[in-house]
Design a protein around this ligand. Structure first.
Ligand SMILES: Cc1ncc(COP(=O)(O)O)c(C=O)c1O
Length: 455
């Protein structure tokens, strides 16, 4: 009887026999395996046992100069930092303390202060990567006290007539430069989902500040009472352009917004003593209280971790209690925090200044020569130098040609960039020689003629 019912039910397209979950996932993975060549995502160049030492990578036994690195000040092989690391490992326990909400170690507290001083701010919140700093901050700002783990607490302390009545009811409106990093967008998406109807995201075309202003004005009509946050990079990781933070400060002050600046690629590299683009804007000091600066420790600082730093203590408190990772995850290890503190002190002095000067010199050389060859290097004004090739396949051929001739570069294709705007990115570090820059230029001259690149 049961068998008959089962047959009828399945025949009618009812409940299908369950398929093994693992086989579904294997099929999905198989899609990439069979298409690995096409998508090239499973084939990052493999570095052999002697891996990479500074700028040289060994791939299949042959040495190449790595122009994909983000170790902008070339600290990776720095003997002094390696020594600092060894003594720090000896001095501190290797383990990670519990959540920063529960326990703070002295090296982590010192690192927070060092970062705040570096950017001329008061408070720092540490995260274990730049990605999580962005992701968490967007969640925290988007949800604020409406986050489920804070909400119960707030409800508990609210009493009738409390000045905190109505807390968290004003919506958060994000105004985001459309070239902003994925990690920011991811955090905003989560905030939007959990704060339905009280968190909105509006993108503006990159650096089109007149459109940004129009969007803010429209929002004021619709939501007179709202927390408005402008979100931008300081230095684009793809085009290498530097954003106009001075202008954004003016807009932010005019409309009472908060300005969130992602300095992942500019920390340690740009601005006075490498303190970033925001710090060096003429109107930084007077606008500091409404700026949140984000930085990563994984690029010019050459370690692991990320942070946000800000002037406003109340806002810092709110962001701590609204950031899931701050509450539910482990902090940077104290021994590493101690190394990072010393590294930041080192790079903000003469040692770093020399590296920055040299990096700026070779970056200008490369940009100038590529422009002379007729290449479109977008709006690059930094150590990140893109060359727009156009067609995806052609860009791939150019990348392979450069690799065959001794230089590793990064390739960006759709959807990372617009369709038919595939590009090769050179990211320069302070140990690349002028001779190597000359070689790259020579190769790009040949590339232009061999592949008949439309200039
Ligand atoms: C603009 C920008 N922000 C944030 C991040 C994330 O930083 P991290 O790699 O330290 O997680 C990146 C990563 O490359 C980035 O390019």
């Amino acid at each position: 009887m049961f068998d008959i019912i089962k047959k009828i039910f399945f025949k009618k397209g009812g409940l299908k026999p369950a398929r093994d979950s693992l086989s579904i996932l294997s099929d999905e993975a198989g899609f990439f395996v069979t298409n690995a060549k096409k998508y090239k995502i499973l084939n990052p160049p493999f570095q052999g046992e002697d891996g990479f030492q500074g700028k040289i990578v060994k791939i299949n036994g042959s040495s190449k100069v790595d122009l994909t690195r983000l170790d902008y000040l070339a600290l990776g092989s720095n003997r002094e930092i390696k020594n600092i690391m060894q003594s720090s490992i000896e001095k501190y326990d290797l383990s990670c303390p519990a959540s920063q909400m529960v326990m703070k170690s002295q090296p982590n507290a010192e690192l927070e202060k060092t970062i705040a001083d570096f950017h001329g701010m008061k408070s720092t919140i540490l995260f274990t990567s730049g990605y999580s700093a962005n992701d968490n901050l967007m969640q925290a700002l988007g949800q604020r006290l409406r986050t489920h783990y804070v909400y119960g607490y707030v409800k508990y302390i609210l009493s009738p007539g409390s000045r905190m009545k109505g807390i968290g009811t004003a919506p958060t409106l994000f105004f985001v430069d459309d070239e902003s990093h994925y990690s920011l967008n991811h955090g905003m998406r989560i905030a939007k989902y959990f704060s339905k109807g009280r968190c909105f995201v509006e993108k503006y075309p990159s650096t089109k500040y007149d459109i940004l202003e129009e969007n803010i004005q429209k929002s004021i009509k619709k939501y007179p009472l709202a927390v408005r946050i402008i979100v931008t990079d300081a230095l684009s990781s793809i085009s290498g352009k530097i954003f106009d933070i001075e202008k954004l400060n003016d807009i932010s002050a005019k409309y009472g917004c908060i300005l969130f600046v992602d300095e992942a690629h500019s920390t340690g590299v740009l601005g006075t003593n490498g303190r970033g683009v925001a710090y060096s804007a003429k109107n930084y000091q007077e606008n500091k209280s409404r700026i949140v600066v984000m930085g990563t420790l994984t690029k010019a600082i050459c370690q692991l971790g990320g942070y946000v730093t800000l002037e406003n203590d109340d806002l810092a408190t709110l962001l701590r209690v609204s950031s899931p990772q701050y509450i539910f995850s482990a902090p940077i290890n104290p021994w590493l925090a101690s190394v990072i503190t010393k590294t930041i002190k080192l790079i903000s002095g003469d040692f770093g200044e020399k590296k920055r000067e040299y990096l700026s010199k070779i970056s200008t050389q490369l940009r100038t020569k590529l422009k002379e060859l007729g290449y479109d290097i977008m709006e690059s004004d930094s150590q990140i130098v893109p060359v727009v090739i156009g067609d995806d396949n052609l860009a791939e051929k150019v990348k392979d040609y450069l690799e065959d001739n001794g230089f590793m570069t990064s390739l960006f294709k759709y959807p990372a960039v617009s369709q038919n705007k595939a590009l090769i990115r050179f990211s320069l570090c302070a140990d690349i020689t002028e001779e190597e820059i000359g070689k790259v230029v020579e190769l790009m001259k040949k590339v232009r003629d061999i592949f008949k690149i439309k200039i």
